[in-house]
Structure formats: structure tokens, C-alpha cells
Write a protein that binds this ligand. Sequence first.
Ligand code: GCV
Length: 736
Amino acid sequence: MRRACGSRIATWAGRRPGWRRAGVLAAVLALAAAWAIPAVAEDGHALWLRYQPLAEPARGSAAPVTALVAAAATPIQAVARQELLRGLGGLLGTAPPLADAVARPGALVVGTPESVPALARLRPALEGLGREGYLIRSLEIDGHPATAIVANQDIGALYGAFHYLRLLQTGAPVDALDLRSAPKLQLRVLNHWDNLDRHVERGYAGQSIWDWHRLPGWIEPRYTDYARANASIGINGTVLNNVNANALVLTPMYLEKVAALAEVFRPWGIRVYLSARFSAPVEIGGLATADPLDPAVRRWWRAKADQIYARIPDFGGFLVKANSEGQPGPQDYGRSHADGANMLAEALAPHEGVVMWRAFVYSDEEPDDRAKQAYTEFVPHDGEFADNVLVQVKNGAIDFQPREPFHPLFGAMPQTPLMMEFQITKEYLGFATHLVYLGPMWEEVLRADTHAEGEGSTVAKVIDGSLHGQRPTGIAGVANIGSDRNWSGSHFDQANWYAYGRLAWDPHASAREIAADWVRMTFSRDPAVVEPVVDMMMASHQAVVDYMTPLGLHHLMGRGHHYGPGPWVEGGPRADWTSVYFHRASRDGIGFDRTATGSDAVSQYAPPVARQFGDLERVPEDFLLWFHHVPWDYRTRSGRPLWDELVHRYDRGVAAVREMRATWDGLEGRIDPERHAQVAAFLAIQEQEAQWWRDASIAYFQTFAQRPLPDGHAPPPQPLEHYQALEFPHAPGDGR
Ligand code: GCV
């Protein structure tokens, strides 16, 4: 098993010459300080770390900090201290003076028992908090009331510092604190689908933030901003390049660039990982094969790992997409996923790196149902993967659709660490212009009951290892970060990055509470803003499901770019890349029969779940057409026939967007004009596009349903051919 990464960082830092250490530290502090100067007012660049002065009465509830006792002897300690000075300075008006001891009431004392001796007596209370956990406590030190943020290691104290600042930012009382927090998942990682030419696959926020061409000579200050934002929500790893990987990233020229980024991220507790192309030994290594059982190939990967660790001693490991969508993999040589993953794991093991092997696979031979393929390919290999391999599983079995039932692999591989893969970027959810808060969708999946070990075997318990005891544990989020000034393409998409981090720290947390914190930190602590905006965010996921893919429909988007509706998409290289494959609409009904009379995908779930999903009377209606092919006049639970219910839901979705617009318009004057105006404009786009989805889908499905629209529902304003003829050759984020 892997050594704790803090000790590795300490070891690494300890080996460096003193002058170089001091230089790194100075650079880190300078970059961190530069971040405090807002380049453009209210452009969203500051994210949730705005540290605006606290207005009364919230300020009154914050105990004044009279002094800050915190060491700065290591890079992590230095950034923690710097962050507190910046945060307290912004929130309270002036930064507290630095002190070596608690000489008067009201000091904030931050560190480990080693870095701040006054904290040594809290050592027993730190038990069980691990390397990254922390304690925030109101107590007396040397006879004076004080607040302690204390952890076993520096990184825990940094996370505690961010938590304390969050309490102040959200207006929570801080005068009688007794908080313990430790992450429930070990690897909390972003996956960038960023290409080396700076195109971001499925990215809607500009170009890649990695300026590969100018690295390592030019270190953008943004890299520090990025690391700081991630550390504030507990993210501790980042995969820099696309899973559709270019082998060049493993060449020495690129490894120098990767090493430069790793150096910037290190003080923030963030390790770098790379997507590894399975055929790299052939493409950049000059070998004739990439067969994982070939001794020369194994040697090549071992040497490559050694080369990487010589430059990046805390390198995290590899992410691999193999034998999926045309990517090379072990099956090209008649080997299994376990053979491929274990070969890489063997190369990384001496350095305590991990392999994150993706379960998003489908072979060139089309299966009877794409939803079944990952389970079919992976479950037979349960128990065969090396100790440092995690299998990374998307939340649902198809592909980040607006709503999917949880992936049947969760709970089905008790001897293998399974990582969750969420998509933060909104490939199938309206890109950056649709306001969709993903917290409720992720919460729904995390709380879903797999029944793997009886009732209460939630997906969250599978991934945090509490159900089957697997280690390591982890979660990945496909990043929505790009070169746009506001990072994520829209102000509200920042909430999805934020919520991902908070759920990665605690997959049992509440999406609503996370949203409320985010709104208070990002827009306003005024309840007249917080309450309506949180309600709007919480309703936004159901809205997009309703206007795009109601009742369990899925994979109905435009071909290739995935922009807008395309329920008519058919033909092309493979059936399971079309919409007609998934909705199966005909004169007799609509939906994919995944029961025993159809593909029998339901049988991949534990029996109680399979029985529920397979039973037309008991299946949650949100998944009706995911699991069942249903006649148009089937009576739904509302009493409406299926066709009428479908139309009703499409219209409900559009109406929900209209309501979001009205709510937002009503907040004019309470939100700064710059951000208010952009959100208002994006909501207007969203309403138009929701209407487009609704109109195009109804026009298309009506050709099968052959029924009039129910009373009170307007017909689509254009004939079906109009919607089918629309083309978007320059839609952003396409796969290349
Ligand atoms: C990176 C979907 C996306 C692809 C993506 C793939 C994956 O198919 O459309 O762009 O490729 O998922 O997750 O590997």
C-alpha cells in the first residue's frame, strides 16, 4: 500500500538544497500574494474565495482574531499562513499580527503539534484524523481564550484553515467551535480532458489552462490560483491530460513541463497524474508491441516510471482508457484489463503510484446492449487487480446522461477498489450556458442503494470502502476548467467544481447545504439571495432532465458535438452511437427493454434492485423508459397516458427555466451588475434551448405516437425537418 504522501513531500523537500527551497517558497508566496489583487471587478475569477468584508450582523458573530500563531517553515505551512492572513484581512478589515505565542485573548493558533508547540496537548484528540484531517476548537491556551486549527500534518492544517475561513465567509458562528473533519476518500482527483494543443475535449470554458508550449520557462500565475482553489475544497490530485491520450506527454520534453506544474501544486497538497496511452511503448519507445505480457514492454514501462519519478518524486500515477472508443489496450493482444492494469501497476509500485483504470469500455463488436458491457468485461476479473489499481467507473452505465441509474458495477466487485467518475463539465447538460447544479444528481447516485450487502449498501459506501473494505479509495471529476476568466465558462458552473470537491471530501454530504455555502461565499450572505438561489439550483437538475430526456430517455443529443436535440440520429459507424438505438420509438411505444424480455441488463443489479427496476409497476418513473419499452397509451402514475405525460414533462422543464429567469430577474440590485447580467443572458439562452429541445423532441416522437398534443400544450412552431436540418459545425468541445 502507498506511503502517506505528506512524508514523501517532507522527504523530497529535505533533499533539496537550501537556497532552492527558499526560492520555491518565495515564489509560492509571491504568486499567492499576487492572487489577492483583483484584475477585473466581479468577473468571477475569485471563485468562492472572495473574502469580501463581513457586513453586520455576520461580522459581530465572528470572534475578532487578535493574533495569528502559525509557523511558515515548510511550503505548506507558508501557504496556510498566507491564506489566513489574506482571508482574515479581507473578511475582518485588517490582517491580524503574527505572534509566536498566545499572549492575549483571541489568538488563532494553526499548525501541527510539531510546528506549534502550544498545540502539543491536542495530540491525543488528533487520533483517527489521519494525514489530511483536522480539528478546529475553541479553547484556552496559556490562560487565554483562543481558537486552534490543528492537524497531524501540515496539509491537514491547510485544509482546516480553509474550513475556518469558510465558516467566516458563510457567517457561521465561530466562538464555540469543536469540529473534526477528515476526508472519507483518499484520492480526490480532477481529470482534465485537455489535449497537448490546448483543445479541451468536452470543454466549454475556453482553451486548456496548461500552456504547454511556454512551460516550463513560463509559469502562469493561474497555476497557483488553480491549486489554491482546489486545495480550498480538498482536491488532492489532478490528471493533466486527456484520457484519449497522446503518448508524447510521456517524453522527456513534456515531463519537464509536467514537473514544473507539480512543483507549483506541491505546497497545496496536489499531486499530478498523467493519462497514459497504452501503445506508448510502440509510439515513443520504438518497440514492436505493447503486449502487457511481453518482458520488453514491461521493462519499458518500469524504466518510464523511474524516469518520471526522478523528475517528480510525488507523481501520483496513471489514468488509462483502454479498449474503448478506439483507444489501444491489452485486448489488442488478447490480454485482459487486469493484465494491462497490473503491468502498469508493477512499474509504479516501487514508487507508490497508482493506476486508475477506466471501466468506460466498449468493444468494436457491438454488444446486445452497451449498458451491459462494463459489467460483463470487469466482473470476471474481480480480485485479479494489483493492490495499487483502482477501477474508475462512471456514475451510470451509458455516459454521463442527464439522469442515469447507478452503474451496476458498484457493489458488484467486492475485491476491487472502485472509484467514482463524475463529469463536472456539462457535455450532455447544455454546456456552460445552461444553469444546472449537479449536486443533486451526484447525491442521488451516491445515496442509491446497491443492496450488495443488504439494505443500506449505498454507492457512497462502496466507494469510501466502508462496505467491502477496499483500499485505496477515490473519486474523479472530469474538470470544467479552462482559460476563461471565470474558469468554468459560467458563474454557476463554478458551483459544480465546488460541489465536486466537497462531495469528494464527504460523499455523504448534502448537496443543498453545499449549494448554500457556495452561494454565501460567491454571491451574498443575504437570506433574500441565498434562499431563492439555492432553491433554483436544487430544482435545476430535474428541469434539464425534463426538457431534454424525461422519464428515463437517454442519449438523444446531436451527433459528435452533442449540442442540442438529435433524437432522429441514426446510421453511422455503430448503432450504439445513435439515438434510435437508445429510445427505440415505434408506432407501438418507446423505451429500451432492459428486462428479462429484452437485454436483461437489470440482472446485473443485486436481486432486490433488479426486481424493482424490472417491474413496470415499481420502477421509479424517472427510469421508466431506461428499463422498459412502453406503449404510448400506458397509464403513468399521474393518471396521464405516456404520450401526454411525456409532453407534460417537456413543458414542465421549459416552465422551470422560465421560473429560474424570473427568480434571477428579481435579484437585480442584490447581485453585482456584471455577474447578474451574464447569468441573466445565459438563462435567456437556456430558455430558448430548452424550448428547442422540447419542440424538436415532440415533433419527432409525435411521428411515432401519432397522437395529438394534450389540451393546453402548444404544437412545435416548426415542422420536424426544420429541427433536423440545423447544423453546428463549430460547436465547442468536440472530440478530435
Ligand atoms: C474522452 C464520451 C465523450 C468522449 C469521452 C468519452 C470518455 O464518449 O463523448 O469525448 O472521451 O466519453 O469518457 O472516454
